[in-house]
Design a protein around this ligand. Structure first.
Ligand code: SF4
Ligand code: SF4
Length: 284
């Protein structure tokens, strides 16, 4: 699978694919991290049961949604996930923001998500061109948001959870994925009908790389959140969503881009897990 890693990195290295806004010579993201998991990894079944057995997709179910006539075993399927780290320029600008997002963050949230969407399409097409079934679950017409009895707002396929299974990081107090490149990232994923060597998960627990969950006193993301949406109990998705919908999205329209963008992410910068796994610092 080294070839697809190379393809992804080279696609992202082309500024025409990875600009922070159309025509810009500034990249939206730094070099991606890529991870793999088998469709037979028991964590996928666990996620389905835990998040919502009636709506959450396993990798095989996502692929069969895209290709209803195929019969495929979980072992024949792999998930490829990637992490797109925010650039230092975006992170530096965002660190100075306190209640409203920086314009750099808003652009990375809006145009950067288009980059991510195009990357999903590029990877899917790359596999399809060699007659290998592939899909990006979040781009399927049947992908939708849902409400999990246990977790509230959810969806049929979570890319952060896919990245977690693919060895790319663990969750923090604020619900963000702390990756080797930190938490100021965007995440993407595809499912392919190909066996790929899984990426080793260098963690045993879902929140192992968060300093708070490691028993230390870090509450930096709590303090950064202007909405009070992060507490020691975790992330309040309703408070977070309401703050974004009622304040930051309106601000982006009026003061920054001229249209609404669900931009905030203050909890992702000026924190010890912003651009690295903070546990690696402690180990040093
Ligand atoms: S800022 Fe601290 S408490 Fe919050 S997710 Fe990062 S390491 Fe965990
Ligand atoms: S995205 Fe914004 S509102 Fe939501 S938890 Fe992070 S800082 Fe708070």
């Amino acid at each position: 699978m080294l070839t697809i890693i190379r393809e992804i990195k080279s696609w992202m290295a082309d500024i025409r694919n990875n600009a922070i806004e159309p025509g810009s010579d500034q990249p939206a993201f730094d070099e991606p991290l890529v991870g793999f998991a088998s469709g037979a990894d028991p964590l996928f079944e666990f996620l389905k049961e835990d998040i919502g057995p009636e709506f959450y997709w396993t990798p095989v179910e996502a692929l069969q949604n895209a290709f209803p006539s195929i019969e495929v075993e979980p072992e024949e399927v792999s998930v490829i996930a990637w992490v797109l780290p925010q650039t230092e320029n975006t992170r530096t600008a965002h660190r100075a923001a306190t209640e409203m997002p920086s314009i750099e963050w808003s652009m990375a949230r809006h145009y950067g998500e288009t980059v991510n969407e195009n990357l999903r399409r590029f990877v899917v097409d790359w596999f399809l061109s060699s007659l290998t079934e592939a899909c990006a679950p979040v781009l399927l017409p049947d992908w939708s948001r849902a409400v999990s009895e246990k977790y509230g707002y959810a969806s049929r396929w979570s890319e952060r959870h896919a990245a977690y299974v693919c060895g790319l990081g663990t969750f923090g107090l604020s619900d963000g994925l702390i990756t080797p490149a930190g938490k100021a990232v965007r995440v993407g994923s595809v499912v392919v009908r190909r066996e790929c060597e899984p990426t080793p998960r260098e963690y045993a627990k879902h929140n192992e790389w968060c300093l708070f969950h490691a028993g230390l006193k870090c509450r930096a993301c709590m303090k950064r959140c202007p909405a009070g949406a992060i507490t020691e109990e975790g992330h309040d998705k309703v408070k977070c969503k309401n703050y974004i919908r009622n304040f930051t999205a309106v601000y982006v329209e009026k003061e920054q881009l001229g249209f609404r963008v669900n931009s905030c992410g203050l909890c992702q910068t000026k924190v010890p897990c912003e651009f690295r796994n903070p546990m690696s610092l402690l180990e040093k």
